[in-house]
Design a protein around this ligand. Sequence first.
Ligand code: SAM
Length: 390
Amino acid sequence: MELTTKHIIAGGKALARHENGKTVFVRGALDTETVEVEITTSKKGFDEAQVSSVVSPSSQRVTPTCAHVTQGCGGCDWQHIDTSHQSTLRQKIVAESLRRIAKVEHTVDAGPSLPDFAYRTTMRCGITEGKVELNKHASHETLPIPDCKIVHPKMLDLLTNSGFGNNTEVTIRVSDTTGERIVLAETDRGVDLPDDVRLVVTSNRPSGEYITETIAGQEIRCSAESFFQPSREAAEALVEVIQNMIPDDFAGTLLDAYCGVGLFAATVAPNARVIALESSASAIEDAKVNLGEAARIIETKVEDFVCPPVDIAIADPPRKGLDKKGVKAILNGNPSQIILVSCDPASFARDTALLIEQGYALGKVVALDNFAQTSHIETVANFQRATSDV
Ligand SMILES: C[S@@+](CC[C@H](N)C(=O)[O-])C[C@H]1O[C@@H](n2cnc3c(N)ncnc32)[C@H](O)[C@@H]1O
């Protein structure tokens, strides 16, 4: 069936309509191009489809450099799109989420320039018969022995030159700064790794095994089990965008909510008094090292914390966003400025609506290219309290 697409929506697919008006979400298409598609799923209100051939290509279409894309790899859903257009699409998707969900018309800026390939330093991988396999899109099938173009060279070497024994899944983490490599696995049975690689077998206690990255001139420790941004450059870009939202001489109280290993509190405001909140035990151990003794670091769920007065709050919640409980907890501190970091445009727009409802005005919004070749979008925005003094 032939369709002409309209725009790209959150999640990375192109929106099109059947002749009968039914909505079709097309994977592998660009905005405003004519494509032949195969319907992959048919629901009452919409169909999902995959491009089978391109009839009239967009000028932004490029040939994917990775052979796995045509084999159906579920990883890079945007490798067929020129990288500068990917950036434009990210801005448009965030603006559209704000318009549709928060009912706000707002400009969205591009973030700092980031590498297009060979960037990912943390990856969770499925294992079959001791080897890493990539999942195919919308399928239980896998692709053997990946030659993945977006992972860091130190990671690619590990993916191809290791045996992962009886594991079904491993998490691999490498440091771009030091070259250190860690594999977090379910078992050590049958595992065969290059000599420099440290193996950590999952348990419910932090292992104490970590890598170190240098971000914005600061050494940041990150344990095998802790969250970290997808690459060193992505972490640097986030820090740069947030730093630009905070006055250079800021020396008030900074809340870093969902702080992970303390990346933001360690880098964006050197003279601030820091309160850092995090629920993961291993990230808390890292934050203690990264933020030093002067910081107040609390192992808690953000929504359970009774926040004292703070001047600026940074919040970087997981995909579901702050939600009403997270917003309430942060507003207890009555910050003049809130900097929201989000990995999901829909929850970002929902949280924006909640903050506006509570008297905060949306300031700068930046869509970052932290996950090049994929439709993932990282957004940073700042909000000022109506009677702000920062
Ligand atoms: C998206 S990561 C951000 C980490 C950090 N800001 C960074 O950039 O490295 C979210 C973090 O929030 C933590 N987390 C998840 N739910 C939480 C909650 N309800 N309260 C506190 N921390 C939470 C996770 O363990 C994770 O470290």
